[in-house]
Write a protein that binds this ligand. Structure first.
Ligand code: ZN
Length: 702
């Protein structure tokens, strides 16, 4: 019933930035599947005016309330499960399962956002305890054979009384149960459980090794070399003997170093440090892949990639591979052209992979007259929020109202609460904005679900609630938080997720909003990123923090040029990551650490302008293998679909109302409740997906 319980807390990182997404498709893990009952929800629909507690969760007023809420939830769900099992299986059983799911999610989703955002340690600790306790409870529901049998019988006996959505909810619930091994005979079940717990442990060990100080990579640079680095990075270095300075190299500072270091030898040293070790991950990765293969075999799948892609739009590794290879073909020539541009600014000299970032920054500086600080003056945070409100009003006919927080509702002083209504004033949902950094806060950008949309009675909807959590620049000397253009794009990306949640019209919560397959859940967010590059939208979003003048045309042109200038080279890198992730998880025989390294190097050789460096092994530092496992392709896949939607509906007249309304009616309102193949063909035409051995890949336009 609960999806991918074993992946734990998975967040999808947006391809080439540090943005993280929370639980689009329920990969949030163990709990998504459980929600609250019809009966108790009546009072909730007008709840936004007076909050019921912290994060708008009824009864949450102090840290110790988490423990009580978790206990009450479990005992209420136990009673509901008993009633469900005692009743004759019917279509109503599906609704009853959804209600149990809603009941659990109501608390566990708040525990999840709280443990990542609350400034008080007491709250964080209490939220973590409740989170773990409820996850354990969910695991017991997932293993409840009687619930599973009730669902199976309901599907067999009473299918005629299930709506299309109800049938899909029932089907995915059953698949989710079975992907947890519930239907296996005892011997197979033991194998499955063993492989599953090994793969979980190995995934955690892989990540832990990336953080162990004794396994960290270091680089020593001389003082004069160091001077070209930004101060924040320079300050991380310590002097050995007055001449050489040593610092740690990690994923957060290496790209800054590679962009700013003027000395090519120093860049080489940093690149090698950033793409080497930790040595123990050689075995850990090989064993992780092998134990995942064990999980797949126990469930009757030939490979882990077949198992991982089966519930997604792509449906098969063959479709994913064909997609990535086609994309690579399309990118090949344009990447060559882009390389020639970089080479020109490198005095015609060959560019090694460690020089790539620096050389691209230099070339970009020459080609695009671009002053990031001047551009940021057009994106004061408050202004961008107003601009997004205007944008949503124009394209989706929504009314976005800034509402005061009720006493006890907010978790930080700078929190903002947006209430989303239709043009006619009908309530759609709530978006909390927690946008500025503070110590201990979740340090990426994310969309957290707080409450899902669902019908609580034939005439009444539970309104969804989400939190967008970002870390935009603190208020500067200019008296404002001024966003870089990249941060505006990230913000729009998260708003795309929020619109998916808020505009969801599903009957059940199980597949509402962003609880959709991973390769489609990123489509709205990628589509919304396009507004950050669109001249008409930019005029709404970018107003100077002092003069309120809209962003000038020349700046927009420079921005647009910078977007495309090295896009193919950057996408090639993502193809390399995605193909490696796919192929490592699609082998039918065991892989040694040597064969893993060879496979990664072969793929890079084939699909990137920049050749692998002998002795380095980026794959040992690629933490996304843990969270994605054969599904890292989803970002590129969603990006291609979003591009297609943009071209078809928005390009040339991006603010026209009809375009986004098609998007709302054909995609957003369904959440994950409609077969994604139908959703995409309905939106983009029947030829927009190409069938590959029972799976699908998007048509890639040049
Ligand atoms: Zn996203």
């Amino acid at each position: 019933m609960v999806r991918r319980a074993w992946t734990g807390l998975t967040r999808r990182a947006r391809a080439w930035t540090v943005e993280y997404v929370s639980h689009g498709d329920g990969s949030l893990g163990a709990h998504d599947g459980f929600r609250r009952p019809w009966t108790e929800h009546r009072a909730r629909s007008t709840a936004t005016a007076s909050a019921q507690g912290l994060y708008d969760l009824q009864g949450l007023r102090a840290p110790e309330d988490f423990d009580r809420l978790a206990r009450e939830t479990i005992s209420k769900c136990e009673a509901m499960a008993r009633a469900l099992k005692a009743a004759a299986p019917s279509a109503a059983s599906v609704g009853a399962l959804d209600e149990i799911s809603d009941e659990v999610c109501r608390v566990v989703d708040v525990a999840e956002v709280c443990r990542h955002t609350h400034p008080s340690r007491e709250y964080v600790i209490a939220a973590e305890k409740a989170y773990v306790r409820l996850q354990d409870y969910v695991a017991s529901l997932n293993a409840d054979g009687d619930l599973y049998e009730a669902l199976r019988s309901a599907r067999e006996r009473d299918a005629k009384n299930l709506s299309d959505e109800g049938a899909r909810v029932a089907l995915t619930l059953q698949e989710d149960f079975e992907r947890g091994g519930i239907h296996l005979d005892p011997a197979r079940r033991r194998d499955f459980d063993g492989s599953l717990s090994r793969s979980l442990e190995l995934g955690m060990e892989f990540q832990r090794n990336l953080l162990r100080p004794e396994l960290a990579s270091r680089v020593s640079l001389d003082k004069s070399t160091l001077s070209s680095l930004p101060k924040t990075v320079r300050d991380q270095f310590r002097s050995n003997d007055g001449k050489l300075w040593t610092g740690l190299v990690d994923s957060s500072n290496s790209s800054l170093m590679l962009r700013h270091l003027r000395d090519s030898n120093a860049r080489r040293d940093v690149f090698i440090a950033a793409n080497t070790g930790p040595e123990p991950n050689k075995d850990v990765l090989a064993n992780l892949i092998s134990s995942r293969a064990g999980v797949a075999h126990s469930l009757g799948f030939e490979t882990y990639a077949k198992y991982a892609t089966a519930p997604l739009l792509a449906r098969s590794p063959d479709a994913v591979r064909e997609f990535l290879l086609s994309l690579s073909d399309v990118l090949r020539q344009s990447a060559k052209d882009e390389y020639a541009v970089i080479e020109k600014y490198n005095h015609g000299k060959h560019i090694s992979v460690w020089d790539k970032t620096y050389a691209m920054a230099q070339a970009r500086g020459h080609e695009c007259e671009f002053n990031s600080a001047a551009i940021a003056e057009y994106f004061p945070l408050e202004g961008v929020i107003v601009g997004i409100g205007e944008l949503l009003a124009r394209v989706l006919g929504l009314r976005i109202e800034l509402q005061e927080l009720a006493p006890g509702e907010g978790w930080t002083n700078d929190l903002k609460k947006l209430v989303v209504k239709t043009r006619d004033g009908d309530m759609r949902g709530t978006i909390y904005l927690d946008l500025l950094p503070r110590p201990g806060k979740f340090n990426h950008a994310a969309h957290f679900v707080i409450r899902c949309s669902r019908m609580v009675s034939p005439t009444e909807r539970q309104h969804p609630s989400v939190a967008l959590v970002c870390n935009f620049p603190p208020v500067s000397g200019k008296g404002r938080s001024l966003l870089s253009h990249g941060e505006v794009e990230t913000f729009l990306h998260e708003f795309g997720h929020a619109m998916h949640s808020v505009l969801s019209d599903t009957e059940f919560q199980h597949l509402s909003g962003t609880r959709a397959p991973m390769d489609i859940v990123e489509v709205p967010s990628h589509l919304f990123e396009h507004f950050a590059w669109d001249p008409s939208a930019l005029k709404l979003l970018g107003k100077h923090y002092m003069t309120h003048e809209p962003i000038p045309d020349a700046m927009i042109s420079a921005l647009r040029k910078s977007r495309n200038i090295f896009r193919s080279i950057e996408s090639q890198q993502q193809v390399v990551f995605a193909l490696t992730d796919l192929e490592l998880h699609n082998q039918t025989s065991e892989l040694s650490s040597k064969s893993i390294a060879d496979l990664a190097a072969t793929i890079q050789n084939e699909h990137s302008m920049f050749k692998p460096v002998s002795g380095t092994n980026w794959e040992l530092r690629f933490g996304h293998f843990v969270g994605y496992g054969a599904t890292y392709y989803s970002y590129l896949y969603a990006d291609v679909l979003a591009d297609d939607i943009w071209k078809r509906y928005f390009e040339g007249d991006s603010l026209a109302a009809g375009a986004a309304e098609s998007l709302r009616d054909k995609l957003l309102r369904h959440g994950g409740s409609r077969d994604p193949e139908k959703v995409i063909r309905d939106l983009l035409g029947k030829d927009s997906l190409i069938e590959v051995n029972g799976g699908f890949r998007p048509l890639i336009q040049q």
